[in-house]
Write a protein that binds this ligand. Structure first.
Ligand SMILES: NC(=O)c1ccc[n+]([C@@H]2O[C@H](COP(=O)([O-])OP(=O)(O)OC[C@H]3O[C@@H](n4cnc5c(N)ncnc54)[C@H](O)[C@@H]3O)[C@@H](O)[C@H]2O)c1
Length: 278
């Protein structure tokens, strides 16, 4: 256990903690609604709003991304806020890194309840037909294949306690942007992956849903929100007259892991300020 971080039940597989909170679902104090549960979040060291919110709601969170220094910095910041967070390097394309992530979660927290697949890349701004085979492989590998492979490694542990999986797609799945080419396609395919996994995992009472963010202000979307042409047409396309904040997405992920969402699986939840083009 990390200094200053209490996991509380290291090495023990408690029966699903969800059952103990299921009774107090709607209309009650949500503080600690995810207490004593464990979440693994990929690509969670730059904005880390989802990791923070899950931890604020009581979850023990295992963060990860490609660079040790980024993992250390995010862990440090979240632990200073008194949150139960640990982390490790996990380049989601690498099987050994995914295995290390699983081991880390089990070592520190003894179980795994939730998986949030946040990591994604878009190495190219350009058309689909102008994309090299190498870039195709990279985008599909990180954005689409890795979530499924990581889940298959986590599943033996998640199914002991039931659980929730949250994939992260994009509004680009519904409203493709010409300059986002293969990225649009990877995010569209995630909608299909969500439904297929929901079907496969329903008998295990593991819920699989997909967050579909609109334009959210992060480094990832700089290429869009720092572009003047984008702002010229923004109010025409998005009805809430602002771009999203990472926190706008974090709460919905927490909700989808909570007992209040126990009859929701296979859904794509759009958090995008509404567009008539949807
Ligand atoms: N920001 C937006 O407007 C927006 C809109 C729609 C969807 N999204 C999606 O939201 C998710 C989070 O994006 P964000 O905007 O917070 O950006 P972000 O850059 O903060 O998050 C992406 C994370 O993925 C990590 N990552 C990339 N490749 C990785 C790999 N191979 N292994 C492990 N980690 C890897 C990055 O280091 C980063 O931490 C992504 O799936 C993105 O596609 C973002």
């Amino acid at each position: 256990i990390l200094p200053g971080v209490t996991c509380g039940y290291r090495g023990l597989f408690y029966p699903s903690a969800r059952h103990s909170v299921r009774m107090c679902s709607t209309g009650v104090d949500r503080k600690g609604i995810l207490a004593n549960q464990v979440a693994v979040v990929t690509g969670s060291t730059s904005g880390f709003s989802i990791a923070r919110r899950l931890a604020q709601d009581g979850t023990h969170v295992v963060i990860s991304s490609r660079e040790q220094q980024n993992v250390d910095r995010a862990m440090d910041e979240l632990q200073r806020e008194g949150l139960s967070v640990t982390g490790t390097v996990c380049h989601v394309e690498k099987a050994e890194d995914r295995e290390r992530l699983v081991t880390k979660a089990l070592e520190h927290c003894g179980a795994i309840d939730f998986l949030v697949c946040n990591a994604a890349v878009n190495p190219l701004v350009g058309s689909t037909l102008g994309t090299s085979e190498q870039i195709w492989d990279k985008i599909l590998s990180v954005n689409l294949k890795s979530p499924a492979l990581l889940l298959s490694q986590l599943l033996p542990y998640m199914e002991k306690r039931r659980g929730a999986v949250n994939l992260v797609s994009s509004i680009a799945a519904y409203i493709p942007q010409v300059e986002l080419g293969v990225y649009n396609i990877s995010k569209t395919a995630l909608l299909g992956l969500t439904r297929t996994l929901a079907l496969e995992l329903a008998p295990k009472d593991i819920w699989v849903n997909c967050l579909v963010p609109g334009i959210i202000k992060t480094d990832f979307s700089k290429v869009i929100h720092e572009n003047e042409a984008f702002w010229n047409s923004f109010s025409e396309h998005y009805q809430l007259q602002r771009i999203g904040k990472p926190e706008d997405c974090a709460g919905i992920v927490s909700f989808l892991c909570s007992p209040d969402a126990s009859y929701i699986t296979g859904e794509n939840i759009v958090v995008a300020g509404f567009s008539c083009r949807l």
